[in-house]
Design a protein around this ligand. Structure first.
Ligand code: IMP
Ligand code: MG
Length: 181
């Protein structure tokens, strides 16, 4: 799926080429920082899968992968913040060098919950790698170790990110038209 004449899409924010180039840079940085170690990439389903697999193709230290799934709920006033694990990891992360891989860090609620949960399982190290970062909407402060791109305060889709489960398979990242979100 590559055409840009898709209803609901306003403009392309990052092209396939820009994404590929940036992922290679990030993978090189990760490879340097994990020299002599095995890195376990923990992907958050489903948004991170395109980014995670692309990263693994360019990381030059031994790589393991595992996934977890989450559900998030809004409270009665519509505020985000309630997160729980809907599908847990297949394996223990005790003693492992874990790199948590996210599609996007927005308010930070999801990431804070995941970091607290994973930190309690005694990994040797725990770091965060996100494809997109929308820092302007952050509510809880969370540390992000690696990011591909900072994005403006607009709803985006593609390269894993969805709108009602659609558009994840776009090779690029695009901004949705305001009336579609
Ligand atoms: P937060 O950081 O807890 O607010 O939540 C981040 C989650 O919200 C991400 O993992 C996405 O699933 C979803 N999300 C936030 N912004 C967008 C967007 O622009 N497009 C698609 N999903 C988004
Ligand atoms: Mg998500």
């Amino acid at each position: 799926m590559s055409g840009v004449s898709i209803p609901g899409i306003e403009r392309v924010l990052f092209t396939e080429e820009q994404i590929d180039r940036r992922i290679r840079e990030l993978a090189a940085e990760i490879s340097r920082n994990y020299q002599g170690k095995t890195v376990k990439l923990v992907g958050v389903l489903k948004g991170s899968i395109y980014f995670l697999t692309a990263l693994t193709r360019h990381i030059e230290v031994p790589v393991k992968i595992d996934f977890l799934g989450i559900s998030s709920f809004s409270n009665k006033s519509g505020a985000p913040g309630v997160v729980r694990i809907a599908k847990d990891l297949d394996e223990s992360i005790e003693g492992e060098d874990v790199l948590l891989v996210e599609d996007i860090v927005d308010t930070g609620f999801t990431l804070r919950y995941l970091l607290q949960t994973l930190a309690g399982r005694a990994p040797n190290s725990l770091a965060v790698c996100t494809f997109l970062d929308r820092n302007s909407r952050r509510i809880v402060q969370v540390h992000v170790d690696y990011r591909c791109f900072e994005i403006p305060d607009r709803f985006v889709v593609g390269f894993g990110l969805d709108y009602n489960q659609l558009y994840r398979n776009l090779g690029y990242v695009a901004v949705m038209k305001p009336d579609r979100t």
